[in-house]
Structure formats: structure tokens, C-alpha cells
Design a protein around this ligand. Structure first.
Ligand code: ADP
Ligand code: MG
Length: 257
């Protein structure tokens, strides 16, 4: 159930299937990085993707907004199939917000300007409307009082929260996270996870690569384990953690828990 009126409105008009991957394969040169990946994510789902380093988690996430290209199979995002059609790619990128390990804020722009840039230039939103929307989401990530500062004046945790607010300003229907807390000092991890928890409670469709298993237990409705480019195991969090089926999942969990 959504509590944020803007997120609720965006989600309500979106197709029921948010992301669908059918038989997706990808190679980097000779290296087969994604192997027959099948995955359906429904609207409002919160998926956590975990797995050892190099298993293809980032590649999978990046294929969903075409930062990487797959070579075989189908990827459909919000009803739009990702092909070479640039119009479709643009459309999908507008629907999908992304947050990386490194926040990639524009250092020479204020926090507010970081948040209004894409809505004004890509969505053609009038400045005042873009600023109101930015302040709405900066309040949501609990950082409105920093709006006129520059990224370098903020802590890592604050910058990551700004990066989340900036993504939300594009009114995405899906949010992708790729290890958003793994570059942060430990004391800043919680504030970013809290922001993501609140987003989950707003009904946002989320695909999160993270090893924060507390977060997974708290908000995920499904956890996926990847190894060597394949989805090895997929389950609801309780069963995933208490009763992993595969040896590789057991080994991985024993190393991180
Ligand atoms: P993860 O996010 O699970 O750590 P990645 O998706 O980043 O895994 O990478 C999966 C594998 O693909 C790794 O072996 C990595 O070295 C390789 N890889 C990633 N990006 C590239 C690239 N641009 N070119 C060649 N190999 C890559
Ligand atoms: Mg990665």
C-alpha cells in the first residue's frame, strides 16, 4: 500500500508486469556472463539479488535499463521490449530509476539542481514544478535543509540519499539499486537502508542488488541467488535464509551471515 501520493499515482497507472526476462543470455566477448535468465517481476514487488562477486548481478541489473545489451532472449520493461530501437530505450530509461554504489552526483551543481536537471531537460518540466517535486523527495529522504549545498559538502550517506531523491524526481515506475551501501562507511549504511525501506513501504517496485540481509528480510518479497551468470535459487526471504536448497547458496550464506 502506497503512502507517498506521487509514487502511488505513478505506480497505479503502470502495467502489472514490471520486468520480464525470458531466456536472456549475454556475452562479454567470449565470456558468457548471463545464462538463460528467466525472471518475472510484478508491480510492487521488492526483489533482492545476491550472489558472489562476478556472478553477473550488476550485468543483469544494467541490462534492464540497457546500460548493457543482451544478445539472446527477451527483456520487457513496463510492457516495452528492449531492442535496438532507440525510442524504446529512451522510454524505458525514463521509467526506470537507478542507484549505484558510487552516487555519481554532479559535483558542480547544488543538491536541488542535481534533482531538477533531468526532469527539466528530459521531461520538459517547468522549473518551479521540478523544484517542488525535488523538495518533496528531498524531504522524503530527510535532507531538505541541504538543498542549496554542493555534493562535496555532504557525507557519503547523505549523497546516496540525494542520489535516490534525484532518481525519484524522474517519477520512475521501477527502481534499480546496485549495492547502494557497499561504498559507505558503516555508520551511514542504516540511513540509506532506512530510505530504501520507506520507498518499499510506498509501494515502489524495486530490484536491489545488496548483501544487506537484514534489509532483505525486512522488505524483500523474494530473494534471488545468482552464481556464474545463472539464477540458482529464488524464494521468499524466510525460506531462503532458513532453508536454502543449493550447496552454493548455503556456502554463500555461511560466508556473509
Ligand atoms: P557482479 O555484479 O555479480 O559482481 P558483474 O555483472 O559485474 O558481476 O560481472 C560479471 C562478470 O563479467 C565478471 O567476471 C566481470 O569481470 C565480467 N565483466 C563485467 N563487466 C565487463 C565488461 N564490460 N567487459 C568484460 N567483462 C566484464
Ligand atoms: Mg556488481
Amino acid at each position: 500500500m502506497s503512502t507517498d501520493p506521487i509514487i502511488a499515482q505513478t505506480e497505479a497507472t503502470a502495467p502489472k508486469i514490471a520486468v520480464e526476462l525470458v531466456g536472456v543470455n549475454k556475452w562479454y566477448g567470449d565470456f558468457h556472463v548471463l545464462r538463460d535468465v528467466n525472471l518475472t517481476v510484478e508491480r510492487g514487488e521488492r526483489l533482492v539479488i545476491c550472489g558472489p562477486s562476478g556472478s553477473g548481478k550488476s550485468t543483469l541489473i544494467r541490462c534492464i535499463n540497457r546500460l548493457e545489451e543482451h544478445q539472446k532472449g527477451r527483456i520487457v520493461v513496463d510492457g516495452i521490449e528492449l531492442t535496438d530501437d532507440l525510442k524504446h530505450i529512451d522510454q524505458v530509461r525514463r521509467e526506470v530509476g537507478m542507484c549505484f554504489q558510487h552516487f555519481n552526483l554532479f559535483p558542480h551543481l547544488t543538491i536541488l539542481e542535481n534533482c531538477t536537471l533531468a526532469p527539466m531537460w528530459v521531461r520538459k518540466m517547468p522549473k518551479k514544478e521540478a523544484e517542488d517535486l525535488a523538495m518533496h523527495f528531498l524531504e522524503k529522504v530527510k535532507i531538505p535543509h541541504q538543498a542549496h549545498k554542493y555534493p562535496g559538502q555532504l557525507s557519503g550517506g547523505q549523497q546516496q540519499r540525494v542520489a535516490i531523491a534525484r532518481a525519484l524526481c524522474m517519477r520512475p515506475r521501477i527502481m534499480l539499486f546496485d549495492e547502494p551501501t557497499s561504498a559507505l562507511d558503516p555508520e551511514m549504511v542504516k540511513e540509506v537502508l532506512d530510505t530504501m525501506v520507506s520507498l518499499a513501504h510506498d509501494g515502489m517496485t524495486m530490484l536491489c542488488v545488496t548483501h544487506e540481509m537484514g534489509f532483505a528480510r525486512q522488505v524483500a518479497n523474494r530473494v534471488i541467488f545468482m552464481d556464474a551468470g545463472q539464477i540458482i535459487e529464488m524464494n521468499e526471504p524466510n525460506a531462503f535464509f532458513s532453508n536454502p536448497q543449493h550447496e552454493r547458496t548455503k556456502l554463500f550464506l555461511s560466508q556473509i551471515l
